[in-house]
Design a protein around this ligand. Structure first.
Ligand code: SF4
Length: 333
């Protein structure tokens, strides 16, 4: 693989190697229908490219089942791509593992902090766990874990166990654990969707605060455009395994180009959209996400698109650049 991603879908700064890049990445899964049924192939991620710069927050938004969590696992090295590649500072990213040169440089925060914490370990031990792979001495691991728990507002609580904490506090513990190796990148996969609204805001503020202090870049994944917009100045919109729009947050909120992004905007509270909220928005999205086992031909969004025309049913739209840093895939642009 070339040291720099070169692709018709490559995005981000042309004059610098991005911190993390996915280059035409696809991931397929095979499953058998029933005990003796035919083997089927599901393409969860289909030819996606993205570039993440050092210290930035990049949002990835789309409905549940669109492939965004699979993409998150691909760029963490938790899954191997079927096609394409993931590069960290221009080097092919190996699968995650203690012996990897990239160990600890990309961390993940999951939706459910309870299932990602070992109930039998004190939170100090859980937070310190990623340091074991680096052979950090035990006393130093303990000290660093307490320091990181302080940083997320859980001073003096390292000796307690996960069940003694609320959902929001457990997510703070998960953030401390992700930060302990001082990673270059944290992939946050729906980090607030299991939390109450007030705790969501606190957790989002915490993520912003620790980013200022420790400077990790975020790939921030959510089905909720309002949440993504709170954290991320640049947003990618994903539909059925493919990216369909990439835009700066202000551009997207002022008037997205792709009908799917427009439908996501229509589902947002009007006060989050500023002036745009005063104008008529298209209808919110109707219908179910089609199965990735049998994606529709042509534009994958055409069965649900209120603007679909004949060509949409037979030809996949190409990317169209609308302004620097703003592009979308739709025949009508
Ligand atoms: Fe809708 Fe056609 Fe554009 Fe797809 S290409 S989003 S179906 S108008």
């Amino acid at each position: 693989m070339a040291a720099r991603p070169v692709s018709s879908e490559s995005v981000g700064e042309a004059d610098a190697t991005p911190l993390l890049a996915a280059v035409d990445v696809s991931r397929r899964f095979t499953a058998r229908r029933g005990w003796f049924g035919e083997q089927e192939t599901l393409t969860a991620v289909d030819g996606v490219s993205l570039a993440l710069r050092r210290g930035e927050s990049l949002g990835l938004v789309g409905e549940s089942g669109c492939g965004k969590s699979t993409l998150g696992r691909l760029v963490c090295g938790l899954l191997a791509p079927s096609d394409g590649g993931v590069l960290l500072e221009g080097r092919p990213l190996p699968l995650a593992g203690a012996g990897s040169w990239a160990a600890g440089r990309i961390q993940m925060v999951f939706q459910d902090p309870f299932s990602s914490l070992n109930p039998r370990l004190s939170v100090r031990a859980s937070v310190a766990e990623p340091l074991a792979a680096r052979k950090t001495p035990r006393a130093e691991r303990r000290r660093l874990a307490d320091e990181m728990l302080d940083a997320v507002g859980l001073e003096g609580m390292g000796g307690r166990y996960p069940h003694e904490f609320s959902g929001g506090q457990r997510q703070r513990i998960a953030v401390a654990r992700a930060l302990i190796t001082r990673p270059d990148v944290i992939v946050c996969d729906e980090p607030v969707s299991a939390l109450d609204a007030s705790v969501q805001a606190q957790t989002l503020n915490l993520l912003r605060d620790v980013q200022e202090r420790f400077s990790p870049a975020y790939l921030f994944i959510s089905h909720d455009l309002a949440v993504v917009g709170f954290i991320c100045p640049r947003i990618l919109v994903m539909y059925l395994g493919q990216l369909v729009e990439e835009a700066p947050r202000e551009r997207l909120f002022a008037g997205a180009a792709h009908p799917y992004s427009q439908a996501l905007l229509a589902a947002m509270p009007a006060d989050m959209l500023g002036e745009r909220g005063a104008k008529p928005l298209p209808r919110a999205l109707e219908g179910e996400l089609p199965s990735p086992l049998k994606p529709p031909p042509g534009c994958r969004f055409h069965p649900r698109c209120p603007k679909a025309v004949e060509v949409c049913r037979r030809a996949a739209p190409a990317w169209k650049e609308l302004a620097p840093g703003w592009r979308a895939r739709c025949h009508l642009l």
